[in-house]
Ligand binder design. Structure first.
Ligand code: AMP
Ligand code: ZN
Length: 488
């Protein structure tokens, strides 16, 4: 990759670690080298999200932003799970949303609405771009039933007492199960765990669950009233919007097994196609060395780390991005406050850079901007190595803060600004708002404007139209318009 052919070259050099093959592979979209389809498992909306959840959505926001930056037409689908996610991996747990509705004493759909609104707000605060399609499980019941029917007719699922289960023994005779999580199927089948009597095998998972008479979230189906299982919604909605074989499927590493493995089995069983080309998994955010999780009461909200200290949400984003998405990241206030320092260092220097107006035309630079741009892209192209990109951004800030930046020629300043802004704002999605001016500063500003208006009135009295016009135009350019009264 050379700077000369940057735009073509960067597209062809993106490598993604594919969890399916366990290797970094060059990214080649399935369709036409132009369109990219991504599906990311969204939240189950029964709770406020913690910052661990945010890590996963920030990581995929970078993937989405970068693919768009490279010029791909991206269709990003991220679902909302609003039914069917049971309390435990076995098939006899309670639906998480129904349970919460019982606890809060409101309708399940009120729970869904309440936490979906919160989820959207949170992601917006963190400058996470919305997906192109955000389908819900309850909005795709008919489609889920259709796939279940297909699996039954392919003899890969069976109905019993109004519930339908995926037949893993049968599937394993035709395909291999465990290709993603590398679970040895024999080991799985040998597990001696008690299970719902009606299933043929412990590993069989539910596609459709019969609903009890007092269950609110239920729909008619060929097997009676019930509701879909959790895994089937993602197979259904991803293939509906992205096709039977699509480019990227992502989610947290905790979803690899059984959720993603079951998605694969359902898709292959229904369509006999490959399903997904690149699987991407983000690692966990931990607290006190343990996975951040609601169920173990080991979590922090955005509020705990941002609002409490009156910090910009971008600092949490920056803190998260400083660790590679495939590594575990442990939250500590010490590291978080260090990230704050780094964040402001970058913002301060980008501010200086954006305000430099070089008049020098002769190239005489000790900082090689083109190599720097090349190194930045090289880092992102290496399976989204954002920590390395951040190291290059710090190199840039050292130079910007040095005396030598003043000697940089016009053209290279232009390049430097352009790419620094691309990396920091467009790709990393950081945001920076200058602090509000103090009361004292704003009083001074008001006095200054008043003085300018007085000078202008004086100028008009003296028929100095050039000066009075200039003051009017200058004030107008900063949003202050003057209504002249006739003087004579
Ligand atoms: P859930 O609503 O529990 O399905 O989680 C929504 C998303 O957040 C999933 O993609 C999970 O993999 C991810 N997630 C959950 N806990 C963590 C964590 N501690 N760190 C990073 N991602 C997480
Ligand atoms: Zn999913």
């Amino acid at each position: 990759m050379k700077y000369k052919n940057l735009t073509n070259d960067i597209q062809n050099h993106l490598k993604i670690y594919n969890s399916l093959t366990g290797k970094k592979e060059f990214f080649k979209p399935i369709h036409n080298n132009k369109y990219v389809g991504i599906y990311v498992c969204g939240p189950t909306v029964y709770n406020y999200l913690h910052i661990g959840n945010c890590r996963t959505f920030i990581s995929f926001d970078i993937v989405y932003r970068y693919l768009k930056h490279l010029g791909y037409k991206v269709r990003y689908v991220r679902n909302i799970t609003d039914v069917g996610h049971l309390e435990n991996e076995k098939d006899n747990g309670e639906d998480k949303i129904c349970k919460k509705s019982r606890i809060e004493g409101i309708e399940p759909m009120e729970i869904v609405q309440k936490y979906t609104i919160h989820f959207h707000k949170l992601l917006n605060i963190l400058n996470i771009l919305p997906p192109n399609i955000e389908p819900t499980a309850t909005g795709h019941i008919i489609e889920q039933i259709d796939i279940i029917k297909k699996l039954i007719s392919n003899k890969l699922a069976y109905e019993i007492n109004g519930s339908v289960y995926f037949d893993l023994n049968q599937y394993c005779k035709l395909y291999s199960y465990g290709i993603l999580s590398k679970n040895k199927i024999k080991k799985l089948f040998n597990q001696k765990i008690s299970f719902s009597e009606e299933k043929r095998s412990y590993q069989d998972f539910s596609l459709w669950k019969r609903a009890h008479y007092n269950h609110i979230m239920k729909w008619n189906s060929p097997w009676g009233e019930g509701f879909p299982g959790w895994h089937i919604e993602c197979t259904t909605m991803s293939t509906k919007y992205l096709g039977e074989y699509f480019d990227i499927h992502g989610g947290g590493i905790d979803l690899k097994f059984p959720h993603h493995e079951c998605e694969i089995a359902q898709a292959i069983g229904a369509y006999n196609n490959n399903f997904v080309r690149y699987w991407m998994h983000t690692n966990m955010l931990t607290l006190n060395g343990k996975k951040m999780s609601k169920s173990t009461n080991n979590f922090l909200y955005l509020d705990d780390v941002i609002n409490k200290f009156k910090l910009s949400p971008s600092i949490l984003r920056f803190f998260i991005l400083k660790t590679h998405y495939r590594n575990i990241l442990n939250f500590s206030y010490e590291d978080f406050l260090n990230a704050k320092k780094g964040f402001y260092k970058i913002m301060k220097s980008i501010n200086i850079l954006n305000n430099i107006n070089s008049e020098i035309t002769k190239e005489n630079n000790i900082f090689n901007v083109k190599n720097w741009i090349y190194d930045c892209y090289k880092s992102i192209n290496d399976d989204f190595n954002i920590p390395l990109l951040i190291t290059h951004l710090f190199k840039a800030t050292h130079f910007i803060n040095s005396f030598y930046i003043k000697n940089m020629d016009k053209y290279h300043i232009f390049l430097f600004k352009k790419y620094m802004n691309y990396f920091v704002f467009d790709i990393l999605g950081l945001q920076y708002k200058e602090k509000n001016t103090s009361k004292e500063d704003s009083d001074k500003l008001k006095k200054l404007i008043k003085k300018l208006i007085e000078i202008r009135i004086e100028a008009r009295k003296q028929k100095n139209w050039i000066l009075s016009d200039r003051i009017r135009k200058e004030l107008y350019s900063i949003g202050i318009s003057l209504n002249d009264e006739k003087l004579f």
